[in-house]
Design a protein around this ligand. Structure first.
Ligand SMILES: CC(C)(COP(=O)(O)OP(=O)(O)OC[C@H]1O[C@@H](n2cnc3c(N)ncnc32)[C@H](O)[C@@H]1OP(=O)(O)O)[C@@H](O)C(=O)NCCC(=O)NCCS
Length: 242
């Protein structure tokens, strides 16, 4: 059975991409359930609104954990408006309504800075936590970071952020706590054939899933509209007769 560690092994060059078409997760309330594949998609600038909706939905404490301060709505919106999609990578997990329920930001250094370090930031909607989405996003980010020539991935977390620290530690990161802050870094091996093919496979899987969800959503919207027309088209006597 595929699991996250096999993805990591493959992305670190210890396995074959053929064994890891995608990452997987498991619903928390049903430990006996079969693991399910988690499609993760690279997000473009056309989806700033969706990104904003996901982040604005985080409560103040989550924003504090995510950004290091309790960002106001305006600050969150400014962050979204200034996301640089040419330089950075943004990844998302969508639900059937095409809402983003988990988001990762792989931030590369600005021009003029050494290019071998990057930073991970992520968030998962409250109702979707503890399903492994945070860890899967982190692993997905590692694959791209590695292929982009990043040798060191940084994660800035608060010491109280047990979930994020666990995700980093599980992936092999070194975590240093200084008071209320924790600095984690993960050394990445150089890209190779496996890591590149893994990224292509993961990208395709995420994109195909998104296209299928888009079509399904369009179909249900159409069906709903038809039902409304039918209901509205019924003579009033239909409703009052009984
Ligand atoms: C941090 C966050 C992204 C984790 O997302 P998630 O999808 O719930 O995490 P996962 O389900 O992948 O869990 C990862 C690990 O953390 C553990 N974990 C999850 N929530 C936990 C919690 N509240 N306390 C302790 N451990 C926790 C899980 O058991 C799992 O460990 P395991 O694989 O060894 O069992 C999510 O809590 C979040 O969005 N928090 C607010 C924003 C934030 O803190 N961002 C990170 C700063 S960069």
């Amino acid at each position: 059975m595929l699991n996250a560690s096999s993805l990591l092994k493959a992305s670190f060059g210890a396995g074959s991409f053929f064994k890891v078409p995608a990452t997987e997760s498991r619903l928390p309330d049903d430990p006996g359930q079969q693991p399910v594949l988690v499609p993760i998609r690279s997000i473009g600038p056309g989806e700033r609104d969706r990104i904003a909706r996901h982040l604005l939905d985080l409560d103040l404490h989550d924003r504090y954990l995510r950004f290091g301060y309790a960002a106001s709505d305006e600050q969150v919106q400014r962050y979204v408006d200034t996301l640089d999609f040419d330089r950075d990578e943004i990844f998302g997990i969508y639900n059937r309504r095409l809402e983003i329920i988990a988001l990762a930001h792989l931030a590369f250094p600005p021009a003029g800075q050494p290019l071998d370090c990057a930073e991970f930031g992520g968030s998962v909607s409250k109702h979707a936590r503890r399903r492994g989405y945070g860890a899967r996003l982190f692993e997905r980010t590692i694959v791209t970071a590695r292929n982009e020539g990043i040798g060191m991935l940084f994660i800035h977390a608060l010491s109280e952020n047990a979930a994020m620290i666990k995700i980093a530690r599980n992936a092999g990161a070194t975590v240093v706590r200084t008071g209320s802050e924790a600095e984690a870094h993960l050394e990445l091996p150089k890209a190779d054939f496996d890591s590149r093919m893994t990224e292509i496979a993961l990208d395709n899987y995420g994109e195909v899933d998104f296209q299928l969800k888009t079509r399904a959503k369009r179909f249900w919207t159409f069906l709903h509209a038809m039902q409304e027309i039918r209901r509205g088209g019924r003579p009033a006597s239909d409703h009052t007769a009984s």
